[in-house]
Design a protein around this ligand. Structure first.
Ligand code: CDP
Ligand code: MG
Length: 451
């Protein structure tokens, strides 16, 4: 095992690491360091919570010379505004003893304030792709001086549909630059992006290991169906002292909303939800309220909660069993962080047994099974997905099924407008000049102002 002494760090970085109380670099940090320092392009793949942020920040800060130049030299792109804030914070900790200017920019906030901040001069920009592109187009950010590009959480970035925005940004960046990419998983999309745009980057891939999670105790319940899971979860959540900060994972937006509606009947005041259909502001608010302890329960989809380093979560509840065992690791890695004890609970139905066994195989453990509590009611109600096919055709609840389709439809269009920030430039311009949409629509401006 190596120590930070083995990395060729500066004194200032050593001081900061001592303050943070870290003793050893993680494997991804250790292996990325010399490659990034050498100036080569690289792709790093390592599971969530293994310290990828510092894996790129250590060599970058080691290398960055003091400068008074106004235009930025390092560009870090992350998929969400939440992550911009988090990465900026992490950099500031690491750069405690270094004279370096860091700025975060993201959509959904006043662009002029950000333009003014950029004019003050900065060394490192942390940005979401949509807002960055807007700033580049309006020439607020000069991209010519960028020497290093980091794309963090590449897999999430592509899952959220940012490929096109990334391509646009590559166009305006100088050809001669170092490209650094980090991802928790090597998906087909990630591989395609790398093959299409980068020439032979060095690859550092840390094998998924089954035991990084020693301080997390794991349990599982076998549960009949979705609504019985709801009953069981409601039952467990009654113990407010033990279940003090609970992150509930579901695999998709539909289930997230369905679960939220049910839990909301009882835990209204204590509950919040995030998924990619929710607006940026809504998501920020939810995460903030949860992180600060104002809300005890957060329901989230996998993609939304990925990458976030939340404080002292008491329980991670896997409301469904992830199909990919790695996702289970990403999920439970949200608790038991930084030496705290964490607890994970998995709900699985008969159908999900195989997925649960795949997880156990990967983790090389058997997740202890807890007896289903007799006081919890077993629900007869089925979700549209759970109903058998034939029944659905003549189903008296057919309306429910149609609602379901409708919801899925909205999901798509909303997702495009809210998460995919591609069209935002035009939207912003339209807003700025407050042009009526049609000549006859005199109330357009008035309506817009109210928002
Ligand atoms: O990006 P990834 O999911 O791999 O992890 P991260 O967001 O960088 O979080 C890693 C956590 O481990 C942070 O809370 C760090 O402060 C901490 N940590 C680290 O990054 N490096 C160490 N050598 C020790 C701890
Ligand atoms: Mg990360």
């Amino acid at each position: 095992m190596s120590t930070f002494e083995d990395l060729n760090l500066s004194k200032q970085l050593h001081y900061a690491i001592d303050d943070l109380g870290f003793t050893q670099p993680t494997p991804i940090q250790e292996q990325s360091f010399p490659i990034i320092l050498s100036g080569k392009d690289m792709v790093g793949v390592a599971q969530t919570g293994t310290g990828k942020t510092f894996a790129y920040m250590l060599p970058i800060l080691r290398d960055l010379k003091f400068s008074k130049q106004v235009t930025p030299r390092v560009l870090i792109m992350v998929p969400t505004r939440e992550l911009v804030l988090q990465v900026v914070e992490e950099i500031e900790k690491l750069a405690e003893y270094i004279n370096v200017r860091v700025l975060g920019v993201y959509g959904g906030t006043n662009i002029n304030t950000q333009k003014r901040a950029i004019l003050q001069g900065t060394d490192i920009i942390v940005a979401t792709p949509g807002r960055l592109y807007d700033l580049a187009l309006s020439r607020a950010i000069k991209m010519k001086s960028i020497q290093k590009l980091v794309i963090d959480e590449v897999d999430v970035m592509l899952d959220l549909g940012f490929r096109f925005q990334l391509m646009n940004i590559f166009e305006v960046l100088p050809k001669k630059r170092q490209n650094i990419m980090f991802s928790a998983t090597m998906t087909d999309d990630v591989e395609a992006l790398i093959n299409d745009y980068f020439k032979n980057p060095s690859k550092v891939s840390i094998a998924v290991s089954g035991t990084p999670l020693d301080n997390i105790s794991q349990q599982c319940y076998e549960v009949e169906n979705f609504y019985t899971k709801v009953n069981l979860l409601s039952h467990l959540l009654k113990d407010k002292a033990a279940f003090s900060k609970v992150l509930v994972f579901v695999s998709n937006k539909k289930s997230a909303d369905r679960l939220f509606l049910k839990l909301d009947e009882i835990y209204n005041e204590e509950l919040c939800v995030i998924h990619s259909n929710k607006t940026q502001n809504y998501r920020i608010r939810s995460i903030k309220q949860f992180d600060e302890g104002e809300n005890r329960i957060l329901v989230a989809t996998d993609v939304m909660a990925r990458g976030l380093d939340l404080d002292e979560i008491s329980h991670v509840v896997n409301f469904d069993t992830p199909n990919f065992p790695e996702n289970y690791m990403h999920r439970i890695g949200r608790t038991g962080r930084a030496e705290h004890e964490g607890k994970s609970i998995l709900f699985y139905t008969d159908k999900e047994t195989a997925a649960k066994e795949a997880i156990e195989k990967l983790m090389k453990i058997e997740i202890p099974k807890i007896e289903f509590p007799s006081e919890v009611e077993i629900s007869e109600e089925l979700t549209p997905d759970e109903r058998p096919e034939e029944v659905e055709i003549n189903n008296p609840h057919k309306k429910g099924v149609e609602d379901e389709r409708g919801a899925a439809f909205h999901e798509k269009s909303e997702k495009n407008s809210q998460v995919n920030e591609g069209g935002s430039y035009r939207r912003l311009i339209a807003k700025k000049y407050k042009k009526p949409r049609t000549r006859g629509d005199k109330n357009y401006n008035k309506r817009n102002k109210k928002k």
